[in-house]
Write a protein that binds this ligand. Structure first.
Ligand SMILES: CC(C)(COP(=O)(O)OP(=O)(O)OC[C@H]1O[C@@H](n2cnc3c(N)ncnc32)[C@H](O)[C@@H]1OP(=O)(O)O)[C@@H](O)C(=O)NCCC(=O)NCCS
Length: 299
């Protein structure tokens, strides 16, 4: 039996091999993420070794709870060029899912989504319920970042309790119509966005236009976590100014590449990031299937 460290190293090598953009960031090549999904308590895993000794595929299945509240979580990888291993891999996954007993919901987590993987899970009866693009912006290129041009009437508030309160007002106005808007209270929102050690107040700002809260950005180390502009103040370059200000501050603090996730179903935001010169470096997704509509595996 290989020890955990060497098995994790082989799974990590497979994760790197299946990245569509080897230079792009993805959670799938974070050893602690792989460790949690493949080696956590009660997790079943399988690997598919090639004659070379490298892995052609791997999968992990965990069961949490049972009945209506229970969730089976699946993750899997295939080395490009070895997609024919899917038949065996899927048969193994279906056996684990069947052993999950009365658990109703099966969820697939992919931090390195490809069209091929989307097609495989669709064939297995899963719906893509969430899809985000990973974007990044090279900050080392000193020519790349334009000058910040604030719309007339702008006042920039450094992060503080009053900037946080004004930003929450903008957040509600900006995101209320987005699908899946969670309706968090101010304290819940603040806890989620600014509650951990990675939050960077120095690169997070709120902007007033003629004294009215109009836009904000919240950043963590190396990441733009959330940007919003109130509907009444859109298309005057406010997001452009806010993001340029934040990325200039990140660069001054030593960040070489800034990253963010944007929902695939958000064309306005995607157009904004394109306009600002961010490039797509990967995708992540979640699939779901109800056990009752389980598709029988062909093998
Ligand atoms: C995305 C968002 C922040 C853009 O804010 P904004 O202040 O209107 O953006 P800007 O005025 O700086 O737009 C810059 C460029 O982005 C593109 N763009 C922005 N909104 C667009 C839209 N609705 N349709 C097409 N292109 C758009 C355009 O190229 C625009 O330049 P132009 O106006 O000269 O054509 C804003 O629409 C918003 O808050 N949306 C809801 C929350 C959200 O999705 N946040 C981002 C999550 S990652």
């Amino acid at each position: 039996m290989p020890d955990i460290a060497s098995e994790l190293a082989r799974i990590l090598e497979l994760a790197q091999a299946q990245l569509p953009d080897p230079a792009g960031w993805s959670l799938v090549v974070d050893p602690s993420w792989l460790d949690r999904l493949y080696f956590g308590p009660g997790i079943s895993r399988m690997v598919q070794a090639l004659p070379t000794g490298e892995l052609g595929g791997s999968a992990a299945v965990s069961v949490a709870g049972s009945g209506d509240g229970g969730v089976i979580t699946v993750t899997s990888m295939l080395r490009p060029g070895f997609e024919d291993l899917w038949t065996t891999q899927r048969a193994w996954i279906e056996r684990q899912v069947a052993d999950g007993g009365s658990t109703i919901r099966v969820r697939v987590v992919s931090e390195c989504l490809t069209d091929g993987e989307t097609g495989r899970w669709a064939t297995a009866g899963f719906d893509l319920v969430f899809e985000e693009l990973a974007l990044e912006r090279d900050l080392a290129d000193t020519e790349g970042l334009p000058e910040v041009r604030w719309p007339a009437g702008s006042t920039v508030l450094e992060w503080s309790d009053s900037a946080a309160a004004a930003s929450f007002e903008v957040y509600e106005a900006a995101f209320r119509d987005r699908p899946g808007f969670p309706g968090w209270s101010r304290s819940e929102w603040l806890e989620r966005l600014t509650g951990d050690a990675d939050f960077v107040p120095e690169t997070s700002v709120c902007v007033l236009l003629d004294g009215v809260p109009a836009g904000f950005v919240i950043c963590s180390r190396g990441w733009v976590d959330q940007v919003g502009v109130a509907p009444a103040h859109r298309r005057i370059g406010l997001a452009t100014a806010i993001v340029t200000e934040a990325t200039c501050r990140m660069r001054a603090a030593g960040t070489r590449v800034a990253r963010l996730h944007v929902n695939a179903n958000n064309p306005e935001a995607r157009a904004t990031w394109r306009h600002l010169g961010w490039r797509e470096s990967g995708r992540r997704g979640r699939f779901e299937r109800a056990q009752t509509s389980k598709v029988q595996c062909p093998v």
